[in-house]
Design a protein around this ligand. Structure first.
Ligand SMILES: Nc1ncnc2c1ncn2[C@@H]1O[C@H](COP(=O)(O)OP(=O)(O)OP(=O)(O)O)[C@@H](O)[C@H]1O
Length: 629
């Protein structure tokens, strides 16, 4: 795994405003929620500042008028303010939650959409776990930072501004004195919030390593004991545990230092206000209520500054997630339609041709979306060479020509390049040099979606999705009726075993199809492939042993599937190989031998050795079975 994929949580010291603006722009269409959110954040700041002013007003009123002070008015004002505060908090939580969820949903959907459009090579270089983390943790994190961050920033800034204005308006000299502690407070807050965030993250990181170590040790306890690795495991664990201890202690120490420091600074501001303000009150230059307001504001200053510093640290720490998500959203598929193909499709869509093309309809469309014939009669590999992004050349100067009706069996030693060949054929990858021609035209000059929709691919361990057998077959063509689903199953001989199951076609297949045997899964995937009525079949035969009954069903199913189509089979079974119109022995990315079963046996070359070695037992079993009959 490339090292870059491990650096999930690096803390960016510099805030990239451009990046955050790009992400924030994605939230702009949520104006319906964003505007009330920002208004309510400002509203709460106004309420906070007004509370202090009301207290001032009450104190001055009582000092001036005594029992004649308008207490009903004070109570009404306090009550009104509390009500306004409650409404603002409600709007704020409602809208921030809404924005966070909607944003996460939008970003996740766009990322997933982008992922699906990427070619296989993209997935070769990015581990599945890494991609899943982008779609889950990163998307949620960005959405939360944006929604709650906008809220806290707006509140913090508005409150700070309101307090500063109030102080300066009440008494600008005293105001300036109290405000003098703000820069120091801000510096300390920014410094500590960063440090605390980093140490808290370290605690989480080591904690997850400890959980993984517990899990591994408990699951692998037999191996540990049999290899007498207890002491070594304990030493490794001790190391992790010490790491966690140090990080946790550091975090606690930072917390212990930060909060007394900022509250002391707040109190220092209040002290300054009291010292100068008390003197002014004594000289009747300042009312008692104003002095109390000064003290209250000075003590509360810490909250918005703390919030702003915290959100700043969170933005910095989420920046890496932002870069990764934006990077994913900006990724361009390497395999896609060229402008020429797009123009041809656009041109054809103006004519009647387009209306005749519909992906996965049961009949082959006479015309493809680019206006060219929709039937695939001939496929040719012309001087194809290929290498993956990493590693040596896998296919070298490969030539092959197949016609409709041909069944090509690919055999050969592991790593020879059989799967690579069919991946190129399906255009999951494109040749590094040379061409693959469809009816004589480079397949890169034909629409990608149309081309791939003409393929039915059955993998060695076919993947079935959670759901019933019927759902899984219908996945081949979503608009197929029940009758069509069952007809496809009958054609490939899957119907027989399906009907024997407790709930027939409505039997759930379990996660990944684990309630069915490999052979049964293959039969279901044959039916699924056949339902889509592809023109080219690609199949990787299961290597695991399949009972003779299922084997018989599969062979008959294959005959139906391959009739009148082009078929490529990475063949492991003798019966398939014998039936193939051509057998290719692939060795080190080249065709070592080609011919029919009998021709190749006569040559006494690679195939002969393979046959007498790998297929020997199978042949003997077949002979014995026929002798028994
Ligand atoms: N995604 C990939 N990235 C890099 N190299 C790959 C990739 N897939 C296959 N290879 C390499 O390409 C070579 C051919 O592999 P391929 O899977 O095509 O052989 P194969 O004949 O199908 O083997 P098997 O019968 O074991 O499936 C091997 O050396 C393999 O390591």
């Amino acid at each position: 795994m490339p090292a870059a994929f491990h650096q999930e949580d690096e803390f960016r010291a510099r805030l990239d405003a451009g990046l955050w603006w790009k992400i924030f722009r994605r939230a702009l269409h949520l104006k319906r929620y964003l505007v009330p959110l920002l208004i309510s954040a400002v509203g709460i700041a106004v309420c906070d500042a007004t509370y202090v002013q009301i207290t001032r007003w009450v104190i001055d009123g009582v000092a001036r008028d005594g029992a004649d002070a308008p207490f009903t008015l004070y109570i009404a004002a306090s009550f009104g303010l509390t009500l306004a505060f409650a409404v603002a908090v409600w709007v704020l939580i409602e809208t921030a939650g809404n924005i966070a969820h909607r944003l996460a949903h939008d970003i996740r959907r766009d990322c997933f959409d982008r992922l699906l459009s990427m070619e296989l090579a993209f997935f070769d270089t990015r581990p599945a776990g890494w991609l899943i983390a982008r779609l889950t943790a990163d998307c949620n994190r960005l959405a939360n930072v944006l929604a709650w961050g906008s809220l806290d920033f707006t509140w913090g800034l508005s409150y700070l501004v309101l307090v500063a204005i109030s102080l300066l308006l009440m008494n600008w000299r005293l105001g300036l004195l109290v405000l003098a502690v703000v820069p120091l407070l801000a510096l300390i807050s920014v410094y500590f919030q960063r440090k605390m965030l980093l140490s808290a993250r370290e605690v989480r990181r080591v904690n997850s390593q400890i959980t993984a170590a517990f899990n591994e040790s408990i699951q692998g306890v037999r191996t540990t004991k049999s290899l007498v690795r207890e002491q070594a495991n304990l030493a490794e664990f001790q190391h992790l545990s010490t790491g966690m201890f140090s990080a946790a202690v550091l975090n606690a120490r930072q917390n212990a230092l930060y909060f007394p420091l900022v509250t002391t600074l707040g109190t220092l501001g209040a002290g300054l206000a009291l010292w100068r303000g008390g003197y002014l009150v004594e000289n009747a230059e300042l009312s008692l209520g104003t002095l109390v307001a000064f003290i209250n504001f000075a003590i509360q200053f810490f909250h918005p500054i703390n919030q702003l510093a915290l959100k700043l640290a969170e933005l910095q720490s989420a920046q890496a997630a932002g870069e990764r998500v934006l990077g994913l959203l900006a990724a361009e598929p390497a395999i896609k339609d060229t402008p020429v193909v797009l123009a041809a499709v656009a041109h054809a869509s103006d004519s009647a041709a387009q209306s005749k093309f519909e992906i996965r309809k049961s009949k082959i469309s006479p015309l493809a979306p680019d206006g060219l014939p929709g039937a695939i009669d001939r496929i040719e590999f012309r001087a194809v060479s290929f290498r993956y992004a990493t590693g040596p050349t896998v296919l070298r100067d490969f030539h092959l020509r197949v016609q409709r009706g041909d069944t090509v069996a690919l055999v050969g030693a592991s790593g020879g390049g059989k799967s690579t060949l069919v991946s190129l054929l399906c255009r999951f990858y494109e040749p590094s040099s040379g061409q693959i021609l469809v009816n004589g035209r480079d397949y890169r000059e034909r629409p990608l979606t149309w081309y791939q929709s003409q393929f039915g691919v059955v993998l060695q361990t076919p993947h079935l999705f959670q759901g019933t057998i019927r759902d899984n077959i219908r996945y081949g063509r979503l608009d197929a009726t029940d009758a069509e689903v069952e007809a496809a199953a009958r054609l490939v001989n899957a119907d027989e075993f399906i009907r024997r199951l407790d709930h027939g076609y409505d039997t759930p297949v379990g996660e990944g199809g684990n309630r069915l045997s490999t052979g049964q899964r293959q039969l279901v995937s044959f039916a699924r492939a056949l339902l889509a009525n592809p023109q080219v079949f690609v199949m990787d035969e299961a290597t695991s042993s399949i009972d003779t009954e299922t084997e018989r069903l599969i062979q008959r199913g294959l005959e139906t599937m391959f009739a009148g189509r082009i078929a490529f089979v990475i063949a492991h079974r003798l019966s398939t190989i014998r039936r193939a119109s051509r057998i290719l022995v692939i060795d080190h990315g080249r065709i070592a031998e080609a011919g029919t079963h009998d021709e190749l046996l006569r040559q006494r070359g690679h195939y002969y050795q393979l046959y007498t070695g790998q297929f020997h037992h199978e042949r003997e079993a077949a002979v014995l079975a026929s002798a028994d009959r």
